[in-house]
Write a protein that binds this ligand. Sequence first.
Ligand code: GRF
Length: 194
Amino acid sequence: MQGLRLGILASGSGSNLQSILEASQNKVLASQVVCVISNKKEAYALERAKNYGVSAYSLEAKEKDYDKKILELFREHGVNFVVLAGYLKIIDQTLLKAYPKAIINIHPSLLPKFGGKGYYGKKVHEAVLLAKETVSGASVHYVDEGIDTGEIILQEKVPVYQTDTPEVLAKRVLEIEHQILVKAIAKIEREAVL
Ligand code: GRF
């Protein structure tokens, strides 16, 4: 199976990116990461890309034509599928139009709960604990013009304990994120062949 040519957008440590790089190297995925772009020049995700010999770029989000520059770089690398792996900016029409139903995002909650504007990173887990939820989890979804509103591809649950802090819950959810992100890409690979 040929696999996809993945373009990754990341803003942070890149542990989700790492799970894709490893799955690709171990042939769990036929897809290849061919380009990583961050809006944060200090994002460790860029280091992780370089460790795997993958082209890595940082762009200033306030730069003129920022989204167009992302698209140009993705096109240069023959990207045919985009993964938001801990990316903290909203995707604009430029990319959505260029990659219809070919952009996915990983979110650290059981969407649609605790998703949307203002729900990212630790804030998600704080809200889950405040709501006294007994279950949380992670979701992989297609990106549409909304925030965390696209069609859900995969979700997986984790228990929430009363003694949990946001950091402890975040760590438990992050482990699931890594698993379902790879599983979702594998599912999309299979569907792409059929
Ligand atoms: C994670 O908390 C994840 O929930 C969200 O972005 C954060 C950063 O993850 N999607 P990563 O280590 O940069 O992949």
